[in-house]
Design a protein around this ligand. Structure first.
Ligand code: XUL
Ligand code: CO
Length: 455
């Protein structure tokens, strides 16, 4: 196989600007452009995921693969094919011009006939990935173990009724955590693939939750034993593939971590389409994680408003992303996390070049949302009104309530004496929505004007 899998794209995707008629250019994203004093690339820390974009042939439950991916053709030696897949991925990431990638162990190295062979396959491919990273400068945002594909995990990994499956999963995570450390990954992700149930009729909920907590505890212990400096992340999802997944949403995972004394060890990887599947907005999940100090990283994608499953499409709504990024900027920005494109092409988007169109659109949407969010932060669009709304809590009554200085008895006495007589005020939701829209509509015009003025 040749090295050049994306010959239609000669070099790195250039910036073309909003007026460009060339599809293979960025319309908004400029890695070096300063936003609130920080480079766009450093705000967004964008990653390409290997599973949807390089390891999937484009099959669905009604039909076989449609994607033009020569490295996935049948009959190839698994390690030769694995190296070609990484060649293609790194060529793509370099041409896209983004700093990170993410992988599952099974995306880069096939399962062998024995555990020893599987281990050797992984070691060989991690070595090869390391060489590619050194050659290209592309870095690892996170690694993860696929604990859901093989039939042994049909009833879960950590929450399996069979402790031998738990042990198998633990062995697999040990190796991938070490591989992630070896490749200097910024994070390690645990998505509870089949940690949940299909029917309560055969499920011991209490036992399975205890098993899950012990599994997470073992992972955290090993992280410290090997000195991995990255962040451990849990990715909530409410259902799919199981009917009910234990890591349902940000609040459920947070409660679970606190209950089991694990809250200091894990943060969250919030995925947009998982948020909407759980009946929340992406904005809500981000805001909840930030309010509780557990936001780690983002899986960027979108669902379909008419479908009830995880469609994992590339994000294209500035309106939705701007609010999420606004919360992130207000909280001081991402640290070890980034925006990983856990997004897949539609099955009819068969050409390899479609991978560029999907990612360019998603990246430009993120970049535009960043500009809007930065304008909202800079202008204090929502902050001032939010602060005004809670101003009463800074007064004598508010502070004495929160400090525990007054009892129910005392409060009742003051109400009865007519000292306390609350008057409802407007929450001004429509006004706030208009202010957000105004920033969305004005952001690019303003940014262009700043540029012209040499800003
Ligand atoms: C599944 C999903 C996974 C995780 C990594 O819905 O999002 O790809 O991101 O295992
Ligand atoms: Co994901």
């Amino acid at each position: 196989m040749t090295q050049d899998f994306f010959s239609e794209v000669a070099g790195r995707i250039p910036f073309g600007g909003l007026e460009s008629s060339e599809p293979l250019t960025y319309k908004v994203y400029e890695p070096d452009r300063l936003v609130l004093g920080k480079r766009m690339e450093d705000h967004l820390r964008i990653a390409v995921c290997l599973w949807h974009s390089f390891a999937s042939p484009g099959l669905d439950m009604f039909g076989s693969g449609t994607f033009d991916r020569p490295w996935l053709e049948e009959g190839l030696d698994p390690l030769v094919a694995g190296r070609a897949k990484l060649d293609a991925a790194f060529e793509f990431i370099v041409k896209l011009g983004v700093p990170y990638y993410c992988f599952h162990d099974r995306d880069i190295a096939p399962e062998g006939r024995t555990a020893a062979e599987t281990r050797a396959n992984l070691a060989a491919m991690v070595e090869y990935a390391g060489e590619q990273m050194a050659r290209t400068g592309v870095r690892l945002l996170w690694g993860t173990a696929n604990l859901f594909g093989h039939p042994r995990y049909a009833a879960g990994a950590a929450t399996n009724p069979d402790p031998e499956v738990f042990a198998f999963a633990a062995a697999q995570v040990k190796l991938v955590l070490e591989a992630t450390k070896r490749l200097d990954g910024a994070n390690y992700v645990l998505w509870g693939g089949r940690e949940g149930y299909d029917t309560l009729l055969n499920t011991d909920l209490a036992r399975e939750q205890t098993q899950l907590a012990r599994f997470l505890g073992l992972v955290a212990e090993h992280k410290h034993r090997i000195g991995f400096k990255g962040t451990l992340l849990i990715e909530p999802k409410p259902h799919e593939p199981t009917k009910h997944q234990y890591d349902h949403d940000a609040a459920v995972v947070h409660g679970f971590l606190v209950r089991h004394g694990l809250a200091d060890e894990f943060r969250l990887n919030i995925e947009a389409n998982h948020a909407t599947l759980s009946g929340h907005s992406f904005h809500h999940e981000i805001a909840y994680a930030i309010a509780n100090g557990i936001l780690g990283s983002i899986d960027a994608n979108r669902g379909d408003y008419q479908n009830g499953w995880d469609t994992d499409q590339f994000p294209n709504s500035v309106d939705e992303l701007a609010l999420a990024i606004y919360e992130i900027l207000r909280s001081g920005g991402l640290t070890t996390g980034g925006f990983n494109f856990d997004a897949k092409l539609r099955r009819q988007s068969m050409a390899r070049t479609d991978l560029f169109h999907g990612h360019i659109g998603g990246i430009d949407t993120l970049a535009q949302a960043l500009l809007v969010a930065a304008a909202m932060v800079q202008r204090g669009t929502l902050d001032r009104l939010r602060e005004e709304r809670y101003a009463g809590w800074a007064g004598e009554l508010g502070t004495s309530i929160l400090s525990g200085g007054v009892s129910l008895e005392e409060l009742e006495r003051r109400v009865a004496a007519g000292e306390i007589d609350p008057r409802p005020v407007s929450g001004r939701q429509e006004l706030l929505e208009n202010l957000v829209n105004q920033q969305i509509w004005a952001a690019e015009r303003r940014a262009q004007a700043d540029k012209t003025a040499g800003g």
